[in-house]
Structures are given as structure tokens and as C-alpha cells.
Design a protein around this ligand. Structure first.
Ligand SMILES: Cc1ncc(COP(=O)(O)O)c(C=O)c1O
Length: 346
């Protein structure tokens, strides 16, 4: 039985071209700056994001942490969304390792934080307060239906940050999903951030890795912080090779994932006992609820599992399904049929 794994786009397996690139990668010691494949990936990534320099890191979590540690000193404060991945799911790394204080603002359902709320959160110069240093944005916004933050919004937040002499970090784990959904070049979004972290291992389907981008000075400092975290890697061209293929071959196909996600959302909307706002699905992430009380969430998951289908349960009756390179439109048909059958029975 084929497995249809919709839990996350992190479950993607490398493409045949990636495996070949990994096999053939030219390697060296990257801590000495001598891994040609990693150097090439970093040049490509910087160019693609419109930044001076870039650095490969192990994960999106490490990318966000390294950037935050590089922008901030102990006692500084970071303004970020209360549903942001960094706040919810990165083990409080900025506080644990950096002595950095997170200041959360409510994320609206479209992933934005209201500008007036951000401005109100910026601290004055007072001995009682931590120093506001950084604003973090997440685009696309995972917990907010995978929403793509618009170019205009990014520009407004950046202008606000500069007005108050603050820095902006973009958690762009899925920034290519945002660019594809908004039909803009990714640089039109990243130009409104001082640093960007994007993932190779999600929508772009590479097996490992994220890349952080910023000025040459910033990336040199970040390299030191990556070393502190034990993230200096040696022959990481093995990882970078797949990342290069990801940037070359996997960006345009993201549109298929978005079409599959919309198709899934529209199908779910027709199944009695499930509820969804299909118009909220802009990219590859689909959240839906179960309104029926005839069946428990665990039973739904179990029955889907029996049919080889995996989704995530995020609350008593809330679910997430994410489309990706490993999911075809036929897989969506199978998923909808299975959901329909299970809900019908209950
Ligand atoms: C928006 C966002 N940022 C950061 C991360 C962290 O990435 P990683 O799992 O590679 O640490 C994730 C992971 O799902 C994410 O969704």
C-alpha cells in the first residue's frame, strides 16, 4: 500500500537528480571555507535572496537562532508573532542560549501583526525595560494557514523598523511558497528584511539544511555563532549539492503543491462533518476542523492510517495536511475519498 504522507513538507525525499548531485559532489572542509559545493550553494542563495552573503545551517531552527543571536545581545528584546514558529516550536532557543527576551504580538489570521501593535510594543529608553532590537516576520506563516505576507506588508513593517532603528529578521522557511503564491520574485519580499533564513528541506524537497542570508559582515558574525552552536560542518557539500538542485529545479513546481492544496481544501469543504475555509488556503498548508461529534480525532487518524494516509492532529478536532513534492493530485483524490468514506460511516 502506498503511503500518502500529508503531515508536513518536511517528509519529502530527495529527487533522483538530488541523489545524483549528492553522489557526485565535490567536497572539502567547510570550516576551512574549502568545500566548493557549499561555497557555490551559498553564492547562489545570496544572489537569489538579493543579499551580499549566505551560510548553510543544519535546520530552520538553527537558522532563526543564529540570526537572532547575531542581531541581539543579552537583555535585548525581539518582537514576534504569538503563533510564529520561532515562539512556539523552537524550544525558546533565543532565551535559553542568548538571554534574549521574546515579546509576542497577536498574529492575525492572515499571519500579520498589526502595525500599531508592533509600534506600541517598541520600548522607550528606560532602565526598567529590555532594549527592543529586532522584529521577526514569518512568510509564509505556518500556523496561520500558510498565509503569504504581501510585499506591501513587508515593506510597511520594514519602514516601521527603520523609523525606530530596529532590525528585521525573516523566517522564510517557506519563502519560495510565498513568492510563488504572490507571483513575485523572492527578492521583492526579502529586500524588506536585514536577514533571511530559508529552508531547503521543506517545499524545496532537499533532505537537510537551511540557508541564512544577509550582509557580508552579518554572515561573518553568524558563522561564529553557528560554530558556538556546534553547527560548523566539514564536508557539507553532501548537503549543499542537494540544495543547489533544489534551487535550480524545485522552485517552479511549488505551484503544483498550491494547486493540490486548494483542490484538497475544496474537496474537504464538501464533506459533511468537516469544516474549512478553502479561501484561506493560499499555499501548501491546509488546516481543517471536524465538526461531527460522532467520531473522535484519534479514530479519524487511525482509519486514515489504515488506508495509508497520514495527517497531523493539532487539537481536539483540528487537523493539518500539507502538500509537497511527494504528493500528486491522485493522492488528493484518494485522501478525499477516504475522508468522505470515514465521515459518511460515522
Ligand atoms: C515557519 C517555520 N520556521 C522554521 C521551522 C524550523 O525548521 P526546522 O524543522 O528545519 O528546524 C519550521 C519547521 O517546520 C517552520 O515551519
Amino acid at each position: 500500500m502506498k503511503t500518502i504522507d500529508l503531515r508536513s513538507d518536511t517528509v519529502t525525499l530527495p529527487s533522483p537528480a538530488m541523489r545524483e548531485a549528492i553522489y557526485n559532489a565535490e567536497l572539502g572542509d567547510d570550516v576551512f571555507g574549502e568545500d566548493p559545493t557549499t561555497n557555490r550553494l551559498e553564492e547562489m542563495a545570496a544572489d537569489c535572496m538579493g543579499k551580499e552573503a549566505a551560510m548553510l545551517v543544519v535546520s530552520g531552527t538553527m537558522g532563526n537562532l543564529v540570526c537572532t543571536l547575531t542581531h541581539c545581545r543579552r537583555g535585548d528584546e525581539v518582537i514576534l508573532g504569538d503563533r510564529s514558529h520561532t515562539f512556539l516550536y523552537e524550544a525558546g532557543g533565543m532565551a535559553v542560549l542568548g538571554g534574549i527576551h521574546p515579546h509576542t504580538i497577536v498574529n492575525q489570521s492572515d499571519g500579520t501583526m498589526r502595525l500599531e501593535k508592533i509600534e506600541a510594543a517598541i520600548r522607550g529608553d528606560n532602565v526598567h525595560f529590555p532594549r527592543t532590537r529586532l522584529i521577526c516576520l514569518e512568510n509564509t506563516h505556518n500556523r496561520c494557514s500558510g498565509a503569504a505576507l504581501s510585499v506591501e506588508y513587508m515593506k510597511e513593517v520594514y519602514a516601521l523598523a527603520k523609523k525606530h532603528n530596529l532590525l528585521v529578521h525573516l523566517d522564510g522557511a517557506r519563502i519560495f511558497n510565498a513568492a510563488v503564491a504572490l507571483q513575485v520574485d523572492v527578492k521583492e519580499l526579502t529586500c524588506y528584511a536585514d536577514s533571511v533564513s530559508f529552508c531547503l528541506s521543506k517545499g524545496l524537497s532537499a533532505p537537510v539544511g537551511s540557508v541564512i542570508c544577509g550582509t557580508k559582515w552579518f554572515v561573518a558574525e553568524a558563522r561564529r555563532n553557528r560554530k558556538v552552536l556546534g553547527g560548523g560542518m566539514r564536508q557539507c557539500g553532501i548537503i549543499a549539492a542537494a540544495g543547489i538542485t533544489a534551487l535550480e529545479e524545485m522552485v517552479d513546481r511549488i505551484a503544483d503543491d498550491h494547486a493540490n492544496a486548494k483542490y484538497l481544501a475544496q474537496g474537504i469543504a464538501r464533506i459533511p462533518g468537516l469544516s474549512i475555509e478553502p479561501e484561506k488556503v493560499q499555499t501548501n498548508i491546509v488546516y481543517f476542523n471536524m465538526t461531527s461529534t460522532q467520531i473522535k480525532a484519534e479514530e479519524l487518524l487511525k482509519e486514515l492510517g489504515n488506508k495509508g494516509i497520514k495527517i497531523l492532529n493539532l487539537g481536539p478536532s483540528r487537523f493539518r495536511a500539507v502538500t509537497h513534492y511527494g504528493i500528486s493530485s491522485e493522492d488528493i483524490d484518494c485522501t478525499l475519498t477516504a475522508l468522505g468514506e470515514i465521515m459518511n460511516k460515522s
